[in-house]
Design a protein around this ligand. Structure first.
Ligand code: F6P
Length: 360
């Protein structure tokens, strides 16, 4: 068993409700085992720029369980290995700088909390010799190897509430309402919020949609007297033979930004059905606010388990939820992959049986 005296914790990528709950659990669990914790600010920047780290004690994390965001800050950049970095001390190779700072700060190991991008960076540093464990984070729920990530339940709850509110106004005006939710490559939020909110159409990245079929579904509903329809569309959904809606192309250091799927879909549905159509983009509201009790509990379990893995010397792993257990999975099995919605999943089948259209 390795002796741990001091560990670092960082949060990277887009934020998700529950990050603070993980940090709190890491700090408290480590402290109670006699291990010091250094909070690294703005992801790996905390191991690049002097002054971007601070000791975290139980006192520093009291009261953060219920807070969204992250007390450590985060960054959402592309591949940091791609270019050298410049600090007050000069220009350095990114990886060399992190390795050097890891030694200088007297750290024994790291807890890296993040999505696919951060976990991929963490894996590179693990291969270079930094003992670390990963904690999966994304509201999109698309990290492989774990059934769920904290933040997803909060996002789905928020989106479901939004759909509930849209139902009443859609019905009052006999309109089509198109709701855009997050989900770049996977439709987990669209599917779960769509089913929970009673959506009539769910459009996801996994199933390119045919607008004629969506329009027909809406006409069919009108025919039996429904008079309104709710369409939930993931930001990464695209029409058959078409493209995803982009706000900004990818450029060095930045992934492409998606957006506009609902607007494009609403415009076309209005034209095809002659029904008044409105759209709403839930956007970053889905990432904000307090985590649900489910996410607080999952995040707390993840944080506690991450420290346990470090103390057992089980490095290079990601904490994964395999109900009823949390298990370590090799980071190498996780990075560079995306967990999409299986089209034969129970929830997809149930939704279809209820008459929900996926536009296919
Ligand atoms: O966390 C993933 C995600 O929510 C995606 O669904 C979305 O495309 C992306 O983050 C947007 O992130 P940002 O605006 O922070 O770049």
């Amino acid at each position: 068993m390795p002796t741990l005296n001091k560990i670092g914790v960082l949060t990277g990528g887009g934020d998700a409700p529950g990050l603070n709950a993980v940090i709190r659990a890491v700090v408290k669990t480590a402290h109670n085992s006699g291990v010091e914790v250094l909070g690294l600010e703005d992801s790996f920047d905390g191991l690049i720029y002097p002054g971007k780290s601070r000791p975290l004690t139980p006192r520093d994390v009291t009261g953060i369980l219920r807070l969204g965001g992250t007390i450590l800050g985060t960054v959402n950049r592309g591949d940091p290995f791609a270019a050298p970095i410049t600090t007050a001390q000069g220009t350095f190779d990114y990886a060399d700088r992190v390795m050097e700072m890891f030694q200088k700060t007297g750290l024994d190991a790291l807890v890296c909390i993040g999505g696919d991008g951060t976990l991929a960076i963490a894996y590179e540093f693990f291969k270079k010799g930094i003992p670390l464990v990963g904690v999966p984070k994304t509201i999109d729920n698309d990290i492989v190897g774990t059934t769920s990530c904290f933040g997803f339940d909060t996002a789905v709850s928020f989106a479901t509430d939004a759909i509930d509110r849209l139902h009443t106004t859609a019905e009052a005006h006999r309109r089509i309402m198109v709701v855009e939710v997050m989900g770049r490559y996977a439709g987990w939020i669209a599917l779960h919020a769509g089913v929970a909110g009673g959506a009539d159409v769910i459009l996801m990245p996994e199933i390119p949609y045919d607008l004629d079929k969506v329009a027909q579904c809406i006409r069919d509903r009108d025919a039996w007297g429904a008079r309104f329809s709710i369409v939930v569309i993931a930001e990464g959904a695209r029409p058959k033979g078409g493209h995803v809606s982009l706000v900004e192309e990818a450029h060095p250091g930045h992934a492409e930004r998606l957006g506009g799927a609902a607007m494009a879909c609403a415009k076309e549905l209005e034209r095809r059905t002659n029904k008044e159509t409105r759209y709403v983009v839930l956007g970053h509201l889905q990432r904000g606010g307090a985590p649900t009790s489910f996410d607080r509990t999952l995040a707390t379990r993840f944080g506690g388990k991450a420290v346990e893995l470090l103390m057992n010397g089980q490095y290079g792993r990601m904490v994964a939820n395999h109900p009823p257990d949390l298990v370590p999975v090799p980071l190498g099995d996780v990075v560079g992959k995306i967990k999409t919605v299986p089209l034969d999943s129970d929830l997809v089948k149930t939704a279809r049986a209820l008459g929900v259209s996926f536009g296919d």
